[in-house]
Design a protein around this ligand. Structure first.
Ligand SMILES: Cc1ncc(COP(=O)(O)O)c(C=O)c1O
Length: 391
């Protein structure tokens, strides 16, 4: 049999991520001690009470059936969490939908909303599923450049009229991946006005809502007046409670959109394992001291990495949020050359910025998924690399 993947799947394949994996493996085979700062999977454990809840319910053989749209306790827990953490009031029956991680919703929403010929505005650089989901749906992509000189916010007035006429949806993420910048209230107000004027659905990805540092405010898009009229917000327990492999997330906001996505999902999955839902309820309704401790731990990692890199002469910007540093590389280098030489020579694995879009060229993404000592060591190796290359 001679079989190829479809045209859509061939468009989606990102060779860069695979190349990072291959080069990492090659370095390990050569005996290098690789410090892997390329993946965005939390290395911290979930809170122990979450694991206990999961174990307890898993022992009950009656909890192994389909759960469909999920249990009402989960929606109530999301409502409580949003009230407590972001001051947002939600109707748990109509404005919350359970997902198998935010990826599930982000991957499927475009297919539920977009017709061929519709444009979706996506951040460039951006988390890859934003673009891939539009490709799956057969829609058109209009990248919105996120540039340092604009504080990594898109310039909405630069989107051409002929695109706007056919735009149905825009995707934003503050703080995001790989760009870790924060947005303020007034930017979200501008987005809401713009969305109303042009009849555009706003999709805000808030997966890093609890990894925000230095006392910066955690602004949910949903907390801005008018947001529910035009948008939805995705969130999950993956990064907040380190449950990335224990798949559970949710989308909140506009009830019409929630209804459409729920109806689409009813065709493709049968819900999440009951014990995972109960573990999520325990996490979302806890006293949140876990979250404060976790922020402090990430802050000390961030400080070890950023200060260490600056000592090596690489003036990376501080990261206000997320588990990443979005680092502008020294002039004269291409992202891939820089990242691949760093793996080969010093065993430091990072992701070249162009993996996230054209505007990612000139950057690398460094994940803070190692303890501070290891990050300090990584910075020392970078120092050696810089000296060798006279940077
Ligand atoms: C910005 C962003 N959104 C969404 C996700 C998906 O996370 P999950 O599906 O685990 O909720 C990730 C995962 O890395 C991410 O970085």
């Amino acid at each position: 049999m001679n079989l190829y993947g479809s045209e859509k799947i061939r468009k989606m394949t990102s060779s860069i991520f695979q190349e990072v994996v291959d080069r990492k493996q090659a370095a390990v085979l050569k005996g290098k001690d690789v410090i892997d700062l390329s993946i965005g999977s939390p290395d911290f454990p979930p809170p122990s009470f979450v694991v206990d809840t999961l174990v307890e319910y898993s022992k009950d053989p009656e909890r192994y059936g389909y759960t469909l749209k999920g249990i009402s306790e989960f929606n109530e827990a999301v409502k409580y969490f949003y009230q407590q953490r972001y001051g947002v009031e939600l109707d748990d029956e109509n404005e919350v939908l359970q997902l198998m991680g935010s990826q599930d919703g982000l991957a499927h929403l475009a297919t539920a909303i977009i017709d061929p010929g519709d444009y979706v505005l996506v951040p460039d650089p951006g988390y890859p599923i934003y673009e891939a989901s539009v490709t799956i749906a057969g829609g058109l992509i209009h990248p919105m450049p996120l540039l340092a000189e604009n504080k990594f916010l898109p310039k909405l007035n630069e989107i051409p009229e002929n695109v706007l006429h056919k735009t149905k949806m825009m995707v934003l993420s503050y703080p995001g991946n790989p760009v870790t910048a924060l947005a303020d209230h007034s930017f979200f107000e501008e987005v809401i006005q713009f969305a109303k004027l042009h009849n555009i659905l706003v999709v805000h990805d808030f997966a890093y809502s609890e990894l925000i540092y230095d006392g910066n405010p955690q602004i949910s898009f949903m907390s801005v007046p008018g947001a529910k009229e035009v948008g939805v917000e995705f969130n999950s327990l993956s990064k907040t409670f380190n449950m990335a492999g224990c798949r559970i997330g949710y989308v909140v906001g506009n009830r019409q959109v929630i209804d459409i996505l729920a109806s689409f999902k009813s065709h493709i999955d049968y819900g999440i394992f009951y014990p995972i839902q109960m573990a999520a309820v325990a996490a979302l309704t806890s006293d949140y001291s876990f979250l404060q401790d976790q922020v402090r731990q990430y802050e000390s990692r961030r400080d070890a990495l950023v200060l260490g890199l600056r000592n090596s002469g690489w003036q990376v910007a501080n990261s206000p949020a997320t588990m990443f540093v979005w680092a502008k590389i020294p002039a004269g280098w291409k992202s891939r050359d820089f990242a691949f030489e760093l793996i080969e020579q010093e065993g430091i694995a990072v992701v070249p910025g162009d993996a996230f879009g054209n505007q990612g060229e000139g950057y690398v993404r460094i994940a803070m998924v190692q303890p501070p000592e290891r990050l300090t060591e990584a910075a020392e190796r970078v120092n050696r690399f810089m000296l060798e290359h006279s940077l």
